[in-house]
Design a binder for this molecule. Structure first.
Ligand SMILES: Nc1ncnc2c1ncn2[C@@H]1O[C@H](COP(=O)(O)OP(=O)(O)OP(=O)(O)O)[C@@H](O)[C@H]1O
Ligand SMILES: [Mg+2]
Length: 237
């Protein structure tokens, strides 16, 4: 499998604080890579650097062989990178219909989103900010369905959602990966993400604590997690 995103010795942080300490990571093209870790591990910071929102202090980042240093977020977005941020990135004061129209852009066809999430079709005239948490996350994920990005970065889309809603969203993520989108799925809770992922990275205090296939994690203890992986254990501390 070819490497879509190659990260070497990446350091980044805020002010005097370094948050990411020499991260190495290979994201395989067309695969679903889970990036896991407890609160404060640096997951959002790493996605922010990849998406061009936060500069790297040192190290290298290459996307499809191209050095990302200094490329602006809008240039990356035009090249097919899409970040669904922790706070969803939807327009809360606009209706669901208007959000979908913005996401679809010149394509103007929003049916892919309504097919995947029929509930949105019943909420078209409602303000996005008045949707339930799960519905808002479905709307956020619609951006990916309507844009078919080459590289999709998802930051804790399951947070606060019922297991049934999480499964529905993860099915859509899996479907996008099967159709060729490279996905980086950031999550704090392990079990659902492990069932979905082809490759797993665990981040702990700004360092990679594990890299491998999900099966290799079974029975292991991880920094920042209580218990061992598998049989529903290993919760964030
Ligand atoms: N804008 C910021 N300014 C200063 N420090 C920050 C900023 N954003 C994050 N940090 C710090 O960087 C560290 C990593 O935060 P980050 O948000 O990347 O963690 P995370 O793994 O995404 O956690 P969570 O699961 O809670 O979202 C934390 O110690 C956090 O306090
Ligand atoms: Mg985060």
């Amino acid at each position: 499998m070819s490497v879509e995103l190659e990260i070497r010795g990446l350091r980044a942080g805020y002010g005097a604080v370094e948050v990411l300490h020499a991260i190495d990571m290979d994201v395989a093209a067309g695969a679903l890579t889970a990036l896991l870790g407890p609160n404060g591990a640096g997951k959002t910071t790493l996605l922010s650097v990849i998406a061009g929102l936060l500069p790297a202090r040192s190290g290298e980042l290459r996307w499809a062989g191209v050095d990302l240093a200094g490329l602006a977020p809008d240039a990356l977005a035009r090249a097919g990178m899409l970040l669904v941020p922790e706070r969803r990135g939807i327009f809360t004061t606009m209706t669901v219909r208007d959000n979908l129209d913005v996401f679809a852009g010149h394509r103007a066809d929003v049916s892919a989103a309504l097919d995947a999430f029929p509930v949105l079709g019943r909420r078209l005239d409602q303000r996005a900010g008045s949707l339930s948490g799960g519905e808002q996350q479905m709307l956020a994920m619609s951006r990916a369905l309507l844009n078919r990005p080459r590289l999709l970065l998802l930051d804790e889309i399951s947070i606060g959602l019922a297991p049934r809603v999480t499964r529905q969203l993860f099915d859509v993520v899996r479907g996008l990966a099967e159709e060729g989108t490279t996905v980086v799925l950031v999550e704090q809770y392990l079990s659902d993400a492990l069932a979905l992922a082809d490759v797993v990275y665990v981040l702990s205090r700004g360092e990679i604590a594990f890299a491998g296939e999900p099966g290799e994690l079974r029975g292991r203890a991880l920094p920042g997690y209580v218990g061992r992986v598998g049989s529903g254990a290993a919760q964030p501390e």
